[in-house]
Write a protein that binds this ligand. Sequence first.
Ligand code: 1HE
Length: 267
Amino acid sequence: MATPKSPRSRDLSVEITGREKQIAVVRLTRVAKRNALSDGLIAALRDAFQSLPASARAAVLCGEGEHFSAGLDLSELRERDAGEGLHHSRGWHAALDAIQYGPVPVVAALHGAVVGGGLELAASSHIRVADASTFYALPEGSRGIFVGGGGSVRISRLVGAHRMLDMMLTGRVYRAEDGERLGFAQYLVPEGQAFARALELAERIATNAPLTNYALMHALPRIAEQPADHGLMTEALMAAIAQSAPEAKQRVRDFLAGKAGTKVRKA
Ligand code: 1HE
C-alpha cells in the first residue's frame, strides 16, 4: 500500500492504493472510542471525500478495530438550541452527501457495530460488504434523540420505513445474515474478510468507464425519485451522454472485435 497521505484528522486515514493509484482507502481510526463520529471526524470525512486525488476511480470506507462505527459521539451531545441542532444535522448531511454524490463509487467494508450514525454513514456508500460479525441497530430511540445524519431518507429507502421504525421503537438489532437478506448490505462474507472483498469490488468498479459510474451514482438515485415520465426522459438524456463518450465507443468496438475481456459469464 502506498505511503499514507497526511491525515486530515488523527481519527481518519486516507491511503491511495491499487493499480495506477485508483483506489482510495478511507479508514476510521478512532479505535478507543469504537469509531464514534465526533464533529471533527465528520468534517474530516467530508474533506477527505471532497479532495480525493484525481487518479481515484473508487473508494473503500472501513473502520479500524472491532467495530465499523458506534455512531454519534455521545460525549459531544450537549444541550443544543434548535438552530444549533439544525446546523449539526446539516453538517452530517453535507459530509454524507460528499460520499454519496462524490467523485467515485464507495464500497463500505462493515464489521462489528454499525449503529446509529454509523449505519447512516454506511448507508451513504454505494455498496456495502458485511462480515459475519456485523450487527445493525438504531439506538437513537433509547437515547431520546432522532436520526440526524440522513438516516430517515437513506435507511428507510434501503430497508423500508416500517423496519426502521421498528428498530427505533423497540431497539431491535439485526445480525449480519438478516442484514444481507433485508438490504443493509449487498454482500455477506466470513468474519475478517470484508475489507479484502470490498477492495476487490472497488478494483472491479475502477475498470468501468468513469461516465457510467458517474451516471450510476448521480443519475440513478435521482431517476428513482422522479415520476416515471420524468425518469424515462432523464434516463434517455443520461444514456445519450454516456454512449457518446469516446471511451464507450472504444469499449463497444473492442467487444465486437472479440477483444474485450469482459464477456458476461454465468455466476
Ligand atoms: C463511545 C460511543 C459513542 C462507545 N460515543 N463514546 N451510539 C450508541 O448509542 C452506541 C453506543 N455504543 C455502544 O453501544 C458500544 O460502545 C458498542 C456496542 C458500539 C461497542 O461496545 P464495546 O464493548 O466494544 O465498547 P465499549 O466498552 O462500550 O466502549 C469503549 C469506549 O468507547 C468507551 O469509552 P471509555 O473512555 O470508557 O473507554 C465508550 O464510552 C466509548 N464509546 N460508543 C462516545 N457512540 C447524526 S445523529 C446520529 C445519532 C446516533 O448515532 S445515536 C447512537 C449513538
